[in-house]
Design a protein around this ligand. Structure first.
Ligand SMILES: Nc1ncnc2c1ncn2[C@@H]1O[C@H](COP(=O)(O)OP(=O)(O)O)[C@@H](O)[C@H]1O
Ligand SMILES: [Mg+2]
Length: 423
């Protein structure tokens, strides 16, 4: 699995608070009384003709994070991300981007924000049909007045990044849907924005291509570390891509959390009905279930010390690390006994290097085949091979059972807007 880790933790890039968007005549009137503020979307529509598209929404997106806004069609996702750039004017609320109040921006500042700091990617690609792939990718730079040679150079670079080298001179119509969306992504990346806003970018693609594009986005993100607001109506996509997921219903964010929190502690029946089909195998990570062994063997210890360690701790096997904490092997009681039988002095002969490792972000689904391929615990290591913890078959089975059908405890879950809806 690719790295979903955050580039810079805890540095807020986008902060939305108390955001409302009400379409229709005199929307402010709805905000004036508590009764209308809390009335159902349907009721308000019947009584006032107004549509509450976004209702008192608050969230924060950290720098370098992929934040998913998930919900059914009509739940307010597109309105919400358009409000962030003021492509739709919010009715009320506050939007801070990199600490600046976007609602106070004049036209010039807004244009600057849209051209330089942000990039938008839509479901229907939005490419110019009569311009080449290269011209499409370079379009944003052209608008910004970047000289032809320079903008083509950058466009070639980003097209290369999204795997479209060699397609520069084709028209979009010659490309498949997935490839056209890669052009859309390249065009957004060409501006080197801080923030990417993606509105159901993969929803129009075939399932297989869609999964491939998701994988590519994860790989790309581990390279570019953009702050991404990603809209989808697909839960699997949300859980796969998001560092955090916000679930919307009728304009409200009804639950926010990590994919794991959402799936293991759905806040109410509505979210539960979404996630009941989603398998914990796709979200529960190695780092969340791994255990710290009571003992570790160090490379410089001898066979007698190893034997002592295993005996006193009643173990059959122990992982061995070097001074830097890197995993070097697995020493089993069986091999140690064999070593003593042969009268060997060095521990090296008892070190099994044929152990199985997983990265911290591997999910249960990735761990099953690993567990099946070995009779030993799985070692969890970081990218430098440093030992982080171990996972037993039994732990995998238990987390599989616990991840399913549990009543929500709410303990690990951030409640959006502090509301408690029971649907
Ligand atoms: N321009 C508009 N005028 C009136 N109602 C709108 C307008 N745009 C969206 N809506 C309504 O706002 C709600 C949210 O829409 P939208 O943000 O497009 O949802 P989503 O992207 O989640 O499908 C829907 O009820 C939709 O009908
Ligand atoms: Mg939409």
């Amino acid at each position: 699995m690719s790295d979903k880790g955050l580039a810079t933790a805890d540095e807020v890039c986008v902060e939305v608070s108390g955001l409302w968007k009400i379409f229709g005549h005199n929307p402010e009137a709805i905000l004036e009384s508590e009764e209308t503020r809390t009335a159902a979307k349907e009721t308000l529509h019947e009584e006032t003709g107004c549509v509450v598209a976004v209702r008192d929404v608050s969230f924060k997106v950290n720098k370098g994070e992929l934040f998913v806004i998930m919900g059914l069609s009509g739940s307010g996702k597109s309105t919400l991300i358009r409000c962030v750039l003021r492509l739709i004017e919010p009715t009320a609320g506050k939007i801070l981007i990199n600490g600046e109040d976007v609602c106070g921006y004049d036209n010039k500042q807004l244009i600057n924000l849209r051209r330089h700091s942000t990039g938008m990617i839509f479901q229907h690609f939005g490419l110019f049909p009569h311009r080449s792939v290269l011209d499409n990718a370079a379009y944003g730079l052209k608008v910004r007045g970047v000289a032809k040679e320079k903008r083509y150079e950058i466009a070639r670079e980003v097209l290369n990044k999204v795997g479209l080298k060699g397609w520069e001179n084709y028209l979009p119509s010659a490309l498949s849907g997935g490839m056209q969306q890669r052009v859309g992504i390249a065009r957004a990346l060409a501006n080197d924005p801080d923030i990417l806003l993606m509105d159901e970018p993969f929803s129009g693609l075939d399932p297989l291509i869609r999964r491939q594009m998701q994988d590519e986005l994860i790989a790309l993100q581990s390279e570019v570390h953009k702050t991404i607001l990603f809209v989808t109506h697909d839960l699997d996509e949300a859980l796969k891509l998001g560092n955090h997921v916000a679930i919307m219903k009728d304009g409200d964010i009804i639950q926010m959390g990590t994919p794991e929190e959402v799936i293991t502690s759905p806040i109410n029946g509505y979210v539960r009905s979404f996630v009941q089909d989603a398998s914990p195998t796709k979200v529960v990570t190695a780092s969340s279930i791994m255990e710290q062994p009571n003992v570790l063997l160090y490379e410089w210890q001898g066979p007698k010390a190893a034997m002592h360690l295993l005996r006193t701790n009643h173990l059959d096997e122990v992982f061995m690390v070097d001074r830097a904490g890197k995993l070097r092997g697995l020493v089993t009681l069986e091999r140690l006994i064999e070593l003593f039988r042969k009268g060997e002095e060095s521990l090296a002969g008892a070190v099994d290097t044929d152990f199985v490792t997983a990265t911290a972000d591997a999910v249960l689904e990735d761990l099953f085949p690993l567990a099946a391929s070995t009779g030993h615990p799985i070692a969890v290591v970081d990218e430098d091979g440093k030992f982080l913890g171990e996972i037993f078959d039994s732990t995998i089975m238990i987390s599989l059972i616990q991840g399913r059908g549990e009543e929500d405890t709410g303990s690990t879950t951030t409640r959006a807007n502090g509301k408690d809806e029971n649907l």
